[in-house]
Design a protein. Structure first.
Length: 193
């Protein structure tokens, strides 16, 4: 079984490194009963990278692969609501459930908003937050507890609440949250059902 961790590297340094390592070690402990992730420091030398998305594939025996991608800005405006029936509590390399969603949709949109049991969870690539007019809230039960989301929660910049599908029209703004996007506010968005 393999897992991935996607990190942002700026000026040779992994951003939010402690949060990423914590999640990787939690995954290793859960699946392989190991206390630590085996990492050779030379594998994580990114001195020559200034701004890149890096995907680290790992398993019980440590880091298996590192891929570097140029950082590309994407715009998100159109979101399609889709009800799901699967869980994704760990960042598995196998993302077949998400691939199937994308391959079966014929409508033009930028990203999915995933709903489980009438509650908003995530998109296929990020956690979410919504602005009520006075505060930012994030789903209490996301599919995956993201590293950037965790940092924002600990700093008190967002708070957890159940967000029902029928709440969506009342929000002023939304944000996508992940290690690469950071906290990407979206002031104007359309939701397709």
């Amino acid at each position: 079984m393999e897992f991935i961790e996607t990190v942002l590297v700026k000026n040779g340094k992994i951003q939010n490194l402690d949060y990423h390592l914590k999640r990787m070690e939690k995954t290793i402990k859960h699946f392989f009963k190991s206390e630590t992730l085996k990492v050779k420091s030379e594998k994580l030398n990114f001195d020559k990278l200034t701004n890149a998305r890096v995907r680290i594939t790992y398993s019980y025996d440590g880091i298996r692969n590192i891929e570097v991608f140029p950082f590309k800005k994407r715009n998100f405006r159109k979101f399609k609501i889709v009800e799901i029936g699967f869980n994704y509590p760990f960042k598995y390399k196998n993302r077949k459930a998400f691939s199937i969603l994308h391959s079966t949709s014929s409508i033009d949109f930028d990203e999915f908003i995933l709903v489980k049991n009438s509650l908003i969870t995530d998109t296929t690539i990020s956690n979410l937050a919504f602005f009520t007019g006075s505060e930012w809230i994030t789903p209490k039960y996301p599919l995956l507890k993201g590293t950037k989301r965790q940092e924002l929660l600990e700093k008190g910049l967002i708070k957890k609440e159940n967000i029902h599908i029928y709440d969506l029209p009342y929000f002023k703004k939304m944000a996508m949250i992940n290690a690469i996007l950071g906290f990407k506010e979206i002031n104007e968005f359309d939701i397709i059902r």
